[in-house]
Write a protein that binds this ligand. Sequence first.
Ligand code: HEM
Length: 360
Amino acid sequence: MGVSKSTQDQSGYEYAMAVMKMCDILHLRHTKIWLRPDLLFNFTQYAKAQEKLLGIIHGLTKKVIKRKKEEFKSGKKPSILDTNSNSKITEVKEISQSDKTVVEGLSYGQSAGLKDDLDVDDDVGEKKRLAFLDLLLEISQNGVVITDEEIKEQVDTIMFEGHDTTAAGSSFFLSMMGVHQHIQDKVVEELDQIFGDSDRPATFQDTLEMKYLERCLMETLRMYPPVPVIARDIKEDVTLASNGKKIPSGATVVIATYKLHRRDDIYPNAHVFNPDNFLPEKSANRHYYAFIPFSAGPRSCVGRKYAMLKLKVLLSTILRNFRVYSDLKEEDFQLQADIILKRAEGFKVRLAPRKRATKV
Ligand code: HEM
C-alpha cells in the first residue's frame, strides 16, 4: 500500500486477528445451517462480534487510505517501487525469449511455453512502479471514475487476500519441513550455498536461485492449497469438451483444487510429499491446469508472483536462522497425511535457532 513501516502501529496485528476471528464466524455459518439466514444470525452473539470485527477491519483500511490521501494533498511523492534486482525485493522481472515470455524461476510448475492471462508480454525489463494504493489514488485524480468506496473495497480485497493465503501457505510449508527432516536438510544446504555465512537480507536474485525451496513450496501448495476450492456461477450453457455433457446456465460449478492436486494419475503417489514432482521435466509433461493453487484464467490470483516472491524471502529467512522440528513422524505422514493432519490437534512445529553450517 506504500505505507512505510515506521507509521504502522499495533493495528496490523489487530487487523490480522480480527480477520481470523471473522473467518471463524464465516466458517461457523458454513457448518451450522441455522446460522445462515441473516434473520436468525442477527439475534446471535456472533452478529455483534461480527460488527465489531468488521469495524476493526474496515477501520484500518480507512485509516490507511486517509493517511495516503493526506500525503497526496500535501504534495508528498508517491512510493515508487524500485525494481533493481540487487537491492530491495519488490518486483518480478520477466525475461523475454523469442516469442514467449519465460518467468525465470517462477513457472510454478506449469508447462513450459504455455501462458496464463496474467503472463503478459509487455511486462519485460526493469520498471518503476507505484505502490497499489498510490496507483489507485493517482488514477482517481486523473479523471478515471473510481469512488472512495471502490478504492476501499479494492484495498480490503488485497489486504485480505494477501495475508491470509500466504500465512496458510507458509505454515503448511514449515509443517512439511518439520516432518520431512531430510528435505529440510536439502533446503538448508541450498540456502547455505546461496548465502554462505552472511546474514544479509535476501535479494530478488537470491530468490531465483532458490530452486529446491521453490519446488518444496509448490509441492506444499499442491498438497495443501490455501484455497482448497473455488467456484464459478455459469452465466450461459457450457458443453464440456471432455464428455459432451452440458452444464446449464445458472449452475454453480465447484472446482476442488485439493482433489485435483491429489489425483494419482497426475501425481504418482499423490498423498506423499515429494518436491521432485516439480522438477522441470516432470512439470513440462503435465497439463497446464493440473496445478492451480492460484486458480487459472482471467480471475486467477493477481498476487501470485508477489506471493511466491514474498514466501521465498520469508521462508528462506526463517530457515537460515532456525531449524524446524515437528512432533509428527514422517512415516505417519506418508501413510495417511490427511487423517494425521485432521487428528493432529495440538500438532506443533518447533523452531530452534540454527548455527550456520559454514560457521561450524
Ligand atoms: C500463497 C498465496 C496465495 C494463494 C494460494 C492465492 C490463491 C488465490 C486463488 C485461488 C484465487 C482465485 C479464486 C478464484 O478463482 O475464485 C485468488 C484470487 C486473488 N488473489 Fe490470491 N492467493 C495468494 C496470494 C495473494 C496475494 C499475496 C495477493 C495480493 C497481494 C492476492 C490477491 C488476490 C486477489 C486480488 C484475487 C482476486 C482476483 C480476481 O478476482 O480477479 N493473492 N488468489
